[in-house]
Design a protein around this ligand. Structure first.
Ligand code: SF4
Length: 333
């Protein structure tokens, strides 16, 4: 059994100072970190408990009309907050599609961003080949059971996918991640927060050592009328996505003024479908136009033996999610 010291922080600065010790990690809801510790995948020397930092547990409007969601806001509270439900229904839908009610009550927004892949070979230390867990050891999933794995943006080192639903919506909404660290505060564009695996699959994000997520900021709402989160999974609840789609539109009648589409369950990070978005912008929305855009996006897919079905599934999910988005979010709130 590992000896672990515990320190409770009461503000951001003391949390960051405590985290500078070798082997220190922040703990919020702990819904993934404790799994990783129990599985022997993570061995913190010190746990810095940030759950008492009141400043990080707020939802507040920003001067530009956007919304700041503190890193400690629980997933349930974020999903059910009036401003999130009415102005960013896409985010509320995605949050409610994730995990179970019990986990959503415990998990925080910041922790959701930091959750690690659910690749079974990563969690089962009986498998010695996992470049994410043990760099240089190989990847058991590439020649193994890879039904749930990536079809876009993977590398010869790792084909894992990011498991978050919330992050798919945040990618479509062009959120930013606010962080503080020993060298001060900085803003990370959501598209730059999660990494593709490349030759460093052990790194999931671009967060630097000792940095703490303080909030997720949303730009002013422009997709509150036409947005939909569609999650396709093996059972109706408490299952990770085979494919998910966050689709958000601005429409002039039937013409697409702006389309933001992000995919989950297909890549090491939420996958912004920029090819499909370009195909749709300025066009009259129709099932045919959507099928064409989705096919163009998935033309770059490189499926594995066990997940070829995801290529067609992702295309059909883009079409369905975007048609539902076009139909409007009026009945959601
Ligand atoms: Fe490990 Fe990534 Fe391969 Fe899974 S896909 S076994 S996480 S290297």
């Amino acid at each position: 059994m590992d000896a672990i010291s515990y320190q409770r922080a009461t503000d951001v600065n003391s949390a960051i100072a405590a985290a500078q010790r070798p082997g220190a990690m922040f703990i919020g809801g702990g819904t993934n970190l404790l799994d990783l510790m129990k599985g022997g995948l993570t061995h913190p020397v010190t746990l810095v408990d940030i759950t008492r930092i009141e400043a990080l547990d707020k939802v507040e409007t920003l001067p530009n009309g956007g919304l700041r969601i503190g890193a400690l806001v629980r997933n349930s509270d974020a999903a059910n907050h009036t401003l999130v439900r009415t102005r960013y229904p896409l985010l509320s839908q995605a949050l409610l599609a994730g995990a179970s009610p019990q986990l959503r009550n415990m998990a925080t927004v910041g922790g959701n961003l930091m959750q690690r892949t659910r690749c079974p070979y990563f969690y089962d230390t009986a498998f010695t080949q996992c470049n994410k867990r043990a760099p240089g050891s190989g990847c058991a999933a590439i020649g193994g059971f890879n039904r749930m794995h990536a079809i876009l943006g993977a590398s010869a080192q790792c084909v894992a996918v990011n498991p978050s639903d919330m992050s798919v919506a945040l990618a479509a909404l062009d959120a930013t991640v606010q962080v503080s660290g020993p060298r001060g505060a900085r803003t990370i564009a959501f598209s730059a927060f999660h990494r593709l695996p490349g030759d460093r699959p052990d790194l999931d994000t671009t967060l630097q050592s000792g940095e703490l997520i303080t909030s997720v900021d949303l730009p002013p709402p422009i997709f509150s009328e036409h947005a939909h989160y569609l999650k396709v999974r093996d059972r109706a609840s408490y299952a990770f996505a085979l494919v998910s789609v966050a689709s958000a539109l601005q429409l002039d009648g039937h013409r697409v003024r702006t389309a933001h589409i992000a995919l989950g369950g297909v890549a090491h990070r939420p996958w912004r479908a920029s090819v499909a978005e370009q195909h749709l912008t300025g066009r009259t929305l129709s099932a045919a136009a959507l099928r064409e855009a989705a096919a163009a996006e998935l033309a770059q897919a490189k499926p594995l033996d066990g997940n070829r079905f995801k290529v067609g599934l992702a295309q059909r999910a883009i079409v369905r999610a975007t048609l539902l988005a076009a139909g409007g979010t009026g009945d959601f709130t």
